[in-house]
Design a protein around this ligand. Structure first.
Ligand code: ATP
Length: 477
């Protein structure tokens, strides 16, 4: 008797392929191009995948080899993958208005596009070539349709950044220029930038929006120098209405790129075009950056994003579940939110895993199921954190050796990192005060207690210290 996969198993074909792709391609590309895709249906061995709009049709070609590799590795009985918009695919569920997929643009092409997957595909792709190449900067298609303002959950850590982003979207170049957003990994900087782009585009459909990462900007520049295309490179970046540049820290130490960006910045600023910059740290901490650039970053408004508190994490989970049309019991949301520390991306990862797992096993989402399904995920987080890891991470952050944290040296440069490391050991491990003392060169437990209390108090008033600790916690978790 031949094996007939169930609907759930089939649905998970694409989920499993995506999981494999996520490990292979950079996060930004994954989030932008692959995460918004969904399983549509299977016709024999033909897998149909739903994409939000025609702008995503190049996905099949761009990642053909990796998709093929994943299918082979997973042993799936699939010989082609076709990407379809809801409009092209009458079998796909309807577009929702509350997120999920963006409405299909009116210039939509009619035929679905088949991935050029290795030798498995016989004919040519069934759809026309995509209109946009991946180097088409001046296109709203660079924006992830899911990253909208109304999908962003506001909490105390991000309300300022959100308000600033909305003000900029309402009055580009007039509210704050540039807007400089900074915060730790997965805190929503990219989400807010894309939301600005969508909002400006909605208000001014003819506005040209350019979203680019610091890395892409650099690579484009290098290629343009190499192929003598600097004029078109400059035209591209200096003639937009809104420039959204992500991960600017990538330009650190790259003099030529910084110089080019300096001129781009000036050209845009002088012609009253909006610039939004995102970074993992504030301008003054951007090491290996020219002063003239750093100071320009401070011309407009600087807004930081702090990690979400428990309530915000629960709200984010519930909003995400809603957009997946899944109902998430509160005790489950609380369990996930309290076990995944700060990074919203990981929070989402846990939820996606839970939903996929429940659908695969055909069970309802309950607390017991969640504990079972996420056990390994959460254990790995906990297991990773030891006092040695904390010492290594703190020493690295402060540019010192681990041995120095354990020495009997009471100079300020050593005492503060040591107190921070002790504080983190208390927060992130199960170790007792005497145990922590032992691992820091035999300190008395009252010294440990005093250090922890001190940092606990200082971090409430000292914003920089608080940020350093959050950053360390993110790195560790
Ligand atoms: N407040 C929020 N509400 C809803 N979703 C959020 C929120 N904050 C972050 N997210 C989601 O978390 C994920 C990671 O966010 P994003 O990519 O914007 O982070 P980032 O700050 O740019 O991270 P990185 O520094 O790694 O580039 C995205 O899917 C985003 O939609």
């Amino acid at each position: 008797m031949s094996f007939v996969p169930t609907a759930t198993a089939v649905l998970n074909y694409w989920v499993r392929i995506l999981a494999a792709l996520e490990k292979k391609i950079n996060r930004q590309s994954y989030e932008t191009w692959l995460k918004p895709t969904r399983f549509s249906h299977l016709e024999g061995k033909k897998l149909f995948v739903r994409i939000p709009s025609v702008d995503f049709q190049h996905v099949g070609d761009r990642y053909a080899d990796l998709i093929q590799e994943a299918i082979d590795n997973l042993g799936l009985d699939v010989d082609s993958v076709t990407f379809t918009t809801p409009e092209q695919d009458p079998r796909a569920p309807k577009v929702r208005e509350d997120g999920g997929f963006a409405p299909v643009p009116s210039h939509s092409q009619n035929a679905p596009r088949q991935s050029r997957m290795g030798s498995l595909n016989t004919g040519a792709p069934t759809g026309p070539a995509p209109e946009q190449s991946r180097f088409d900067w001046n296109a709203a298609s660079q924006l992830n349709p899911r990253y909208q303002f109304d999908a962003f959950v506001i909490g105390s850590g991000n309300q300022f950044a959100m308000a600033a982003a909305q003000a900029v979207a309402e009055r580009p170049s007039k509210a704050y220029n540039p807007l400089f957003l900074y915060g730790g990994v997965g805190m929503g900087k990219t989400h807010l930038m894309h939301a600005i782009g969508h909002d400006v585009k909605r208000r001014q459909p003819h506005a040209s929006i350019c979203y680019v990462s610091g890395e892409k900007f650099t690579n484009e520049m290098i290629n343009s120098v190499r192929y003598d295309k600097m004029t078109s490179f400059r035209d591209k970046f200096r003639n937009v209405d809104v420039l959204l540049i992500d991960d600017i820290q990538f330009l650190a130490g790259k003099e030529r790129t910084q110089e080019e960006f300096f001129h781009t910045f000036n050209a845009l600023h002088e012609s009253m075009k909006q610039i939004v910059i995102a970074s993992d740290r504030p301008p003054k901490e951007l090491a290996d950056f020219e002063d003239r650039l750093r100071s320009r970053f401070e011309w407009g408004l600087i807004a930081d994003i702090q990690p979400p508190d428990l309530e915000t994490k629960v709200a984010i989970l519930q909003k995400k579940a809603e957009s997946e049309q899944t109902s998430l019991p509160t005790d489950v949301a609380l369990f996930i939110a309290s076990n995944v520390r700060t990074n919203v991306r990981e929070l989402e990862g846990a939820l996606v895993r839970l939903i996929a797992w429940c659908s695969m096993h055909g069970v309802e989402i309950t607390l017991a199921v969640t504990q079972q399904c996420l056990k390994q995920f959460i254990d790995t987080q906990v297991r990773k954190i030891t006092i040695e890891t904390i010492q290594r991470t703190v020493a690295e952050q402060f540019g010192m050796r681990v041995a120095e944290l354990k020495q009997k040296n009471n100079s300020r440069q050593i005492v503060v990192p040591r107190q921070i490391a002790m504080y983190l050991a208390k927060q992130l491990t199960e170790a007792s005060l005497p145990e922590i003392g032992r691992q820091f060169g035999g300190k008395h437990h009252t010294t440990v207690m005093h250090s922890i209390a001190k940092i606990d108090e200082q971090r409430r008033t000292d914003k920089d210290l608080n940020r350093t600790i959050n950053k360390l916690m993110e790195t560790l978790s």
